[in-house]
Ligand binder design. Structure first.
Ligand SMILES: [Zn+2]
Length: 294
């Protein structure tokens, strides 16, 4: 007599203490995309991708795309970084589990004091509305000034993002009156600072937490895959709205994170999406282990 096979079990919520704050990451969902190029490595052939996949123990012809918003409780403010796909688009996308993940972490939507957006792509903003109403009713909204202005004007938004611009108009623009517009170096909350990281979107921002001598960089979509973005930072990525600026930013941030030994929370890094970057001949993602407990 052998035991039955059970359902697989995978964690979807993670929380740890860091620098006098608490950091929670929530797996909003995941999508399997049936090609690597596009969106990644637009200049690479199928054979090259098969080799890269093999070297990294992942398939070279498809990939799993995860969506992982981060929450930081500074002790004074509960800050949510990005709002995910939300319930409607999420359901169609194998995502949309932010609210249930927050509930599992013990947070009600009205507990969120601040929602800070890295950028306006669908997997970061559609969760701002729930049944047409603000999903985080008490939250102060924050966004990079350039990011807001570019999507608001629309003049420089690439054609492939036309539908995304409509989403901006329905899901972000209505919050304009309660929004704080951030410049590089502006404070989000005590210990959290906004930093410009333009390229993936025209005004993409990232956020740095610092407390008790420890730091955490919430880098949003500076990278979109732990292998293709880090091992090939110069590679052309279909997701990037300004591809040249995105490559410059990716290299700059990866170099900074590796040199300074920063801990990172990455929206599209493998769950729980917390790790370090090691400089090799390019870069390598190093998942965090027990650093927060010692
Ligand atoms: Zn994204």
């Amino acid at each position: 007599m052998t035991a039955d096979f059970k359902d697989t079990i995978e964690p979807t919520v993670c929380r740890f203490n860091w620098g006098g704050a608490q950091v929670t990451t929530v797996l909003e969902g995941r999508i399997v995309r049936d090609a690597v190029n596009p969106p990644f490595a637009l200049e690479k052939t199928e054979e090259e991708l098969a080799e890269i996949g093999k070297a990294n123990n992942i398939p070279g012809d498809r990939f799993e795309h995860v969506f992982v918003p981060t929450v930081i409780n500074t002790g004074g403010k509960l800050v949510l970084f990005d709002a995910g796909f939300g319930p409607k688009a999420g359901a169609a996308n194998g995502a949309g589990h932010l609210r249930s993940g927050l509930a599992a972490a013990g947070y009600a939507p009205e507990d969120i004091d601040i929602v800070a957006l890295t950028h306006v792509h669908p997997d970061h903003i559609l969760g701002l509305l729930q049944d047409g109403q603000p999903a985080f009713p008490k939250a102060q909204m924050m966004i990079g000034r350039r990011e807001f202005d570019e999507w608001n004007s629309g003049a420089n938004i690439p054609d492939q993002r036309r539908q995304n611009r409509e989403m901006f108009l329905t899901h972000v623009a209505p919050f304009a009156e309660r929004m704080t517009f951030l410049e590089d170096g502006d404070a989000v909350a005590p210990g959290i600072t906004a930093e410009a990281a333009f390229g993936h979107s025209l005004g993409h921002m990232m956020y740095r937490f610092e407390g008790e001598g420890r730091q955490l960089l919430v880098w949003g979509d500076v990278t979109n895959h732990y292998v293709y973005s880090l091992q090939y930072p110069d590679s052309m990525v279909g997701f990037d709205d300004d591809k040249d600026a995105a490559r410059v930013t990716r290299n700059r941030v990866l170099d900074m994170v590796a040199s300074d030994g920063l801990l990172v929370a990455g929206h599209h890094m493998p769950f729980p999406s917390i790790g370090y970057v090691e400089k090799t001949s390019s870069y390598r993602w190093v998942p965090a282990s027990y650093q927060h407990r010692l």
